[in-house]
Design a binder for this molecule. Structure first.
Ligand code: URP
Ligand code: ZN
Ligand code: ZN
Ligand code: ZN
Length: 480
């Protein structure tokens, strides 16, 4: 028997805070209560003055991702280890088949790549093309492999972009399977056109990246996906919402009663688009990710929508490329591999800029860093909750601890940090994964291969509600 007792802290769940000890036995939370006694041989953590919260869930990462002619520098080990150092104990990554590649082949490939993960992980699967085998494989993935969400890239023309026909077919299939469709919302045709126009005008540097992907390009795609989902009566989750316009589109749809969900990245909440006009190519290129960082003003709008509940989850889109890889686009910004890091920093950025500023309560912090993702992707309360029977994935949070982010000291293998120089107050003192202390007072003890693939059952509660609504609104023929 392997046990761990976390004593004297304040347990924070999405619904409340309480003074309680947490006892973990064999990887599961055995008890949450006052004055718990430690079993013989138990590991002890004294958490006085600290918060004990569910470990973070990052619902959007790309480890070991072959993309734009290269591959991310963080594999599933280094990426999840970095997450653990920052209090994130689960990631949901993406299987992204090439167009025409059988889904199951790509799925098996990603499962193999992920075997070195240090924390628990799960997969969304991208639908990059349509055909009978895709229809069939979606069923196999949901019923046999525990996949309950499918991703659709509305951008990246001539690569992984899917057209409306694929969106419609896939959304409908996802609904029948009880799986959540998700979208990367950017109009890929407009991006392609604007990229050519920028280059014709002699704009070849990274400043061309945001100029070819303005907020309306994102909002158009988001509104189209939301409208398609509305017609098909399917829920929809918009990943990496970066602009006020897109957040407003989600808020409007929700106000109409539609089941639309939005994710915001830690980076989009605190970084603005001035980075692309930096005279250093390396600095500007290191920030190239899609959708791009936005003009000042959008960050505040995203915070407000997160606070108001139009956006429910926070993620990172952790997708790291080093300077040598980014240099592929030195003469043409559209060839800079898209992606930035953040899996290690997300929780502390959210605490520092969210809780310390009064935008979020500690319980709301738990909602947006773990509980809501767990609910939407049907992992709750196994993950995202400090309660008896849940996985012992926890973070002991020191609200007085400080840290200054830097590429020089990060655990990610990337050579850049988009939060470089930012000092935060509120950091993890301990991270616990499956009941084992994997990070303690700055010391990382991640173990390659210790992470497990987590199956996620289909038909989360929102599907029952949608089904009832659809049944009541079923069309009726006129008897003549
Ligand atoms: O620029 C980004 N976000 N790279 C990763 C792929 C994606 O679009 O999520
Ligand atoms: Zn994306
Ligand atoms: Zn992504
Ligand atoms: Zn490199």
């Amino acid at each position: 028997m392997k046990s761990l007792l976390i004593r004297g802290g304040t347990v924070v769940n999405a619904d409340r805070e309480q003074r309680a000890d947490v006892l973990c036995v064999n990887g599961v939370i055995a008890e949450v209560g006052e004055q718990l006694s430690a079993p013989l041989g138990a590991t002890l953590i004294e958490a006085g003055g600290q918060y004990v919260m569910p470990g973070g869930i990052d619902p959007h990462t790309h480890m070991n991702f072959p993309f734009m002619g290269t591959r991310t520098v963080d594999d599933f080990y280094s990426g999840t280890a970095a997450g653990l150092a920052g209090g994130t104990t689960s990631i949901i990554d993406f299987v992204i088949p090439d167009p025409q590649q059988p889904l199951m082949d790509a799925y098996r490939q990603w499962r193999q790549w992920a075997e070195v993960a240090a924390s628990d992980y799960s997969f969304h699967v991208a639908i990059t093309w349509w055909g009978e085998s895709v229809h069939a494989d979606m069923g196999t993935l949901v019923r046999e492999e525990g996949v309950n969400s499918f991703k659709h890239f509305m951008a990246y023309k001539n690569a992984i972009m899917c057209d409306d026909e694929t969106l419609v077919n896939s959304f409908r299939r996802a609904l029948a399977l009880g799986a959540m469709p998700t979208v990367h919302a950017e109009n890929g045709e407009l991006v392609f056109l604007l990229q050519q126009e920028m280059k014709t005008q002699g704009i070849t540097g990274p400043e061309g990246h945001p100029l070819s992907r303005p907020p309306a390009v994102e909002a158009e795609a988001a509104q189209r996906a939301i409208a398609i989902a509305d017609v098909l009566n399917v829920p929809i989750y918009v990943v990496h919402v970066s602009s006020a316009e897109t957040a407003e589109a989600i808020a409007r749809a929700r106000a109409r009663g539609q089941r639309v969900y939005g994710e915001v990245l830690a980076g989009h909440l605190v970084v603005d688009d001035s980075v692309y006009r930096d005279p250093s190519f390396e600095f500007a290129a290191a920030h190239v990710m899609s959708p791009p960082f936005r003009a000042k003003g959008h960050q505040e709008a995203l915070w407000r929508h997160l606070q108001a509940g139009a956006l429910q989850t926070t993620a990172t889109d952790h997708c790291t490329f080093c300077a040598a890889q980014k240099a592929a686009g030195r003469l043409d910004f559209s060839k800079i591999p898209n992606g930035t890091g953040g899996v290690e920093e997300r929780m502390a950025v959210l605490w520092d800029a969210g809780v310390n500023s009064g935008r979020l309560t500690p319980s709301e912090f738990v909602s947006v860093t773990s509980a809501n993702a767990a609910k939407l992707f049907n992992l709750y309360p196994r993950k995202g909750c400090v309660a008896k029977g849940a996985d012992a994935d926890l973070v002991v949070w020191d609200p007085a601890g400080t840290k200054t982010f830097s590429a020089a000291s990060q655990h990610s293998k990337g050579d850049f940090n988009i939060f470089e120089g930012r000092t935060v107050t509120g950091v993890p003192s301990h991270t616990i994964s499956q009941g084992t202390v994997v990070f303690a007072q700055g010391e990382l003890r991640a173990e390659a291969g210790a992470g497990r693939y987590i199956k996620r059952p289909a038909f989360g509660p929102q599907f029952t509600a949608l089904g009832r609504k659809a049944a009541l609104a079923a069309p009726v023929a006129v008897a003549r």
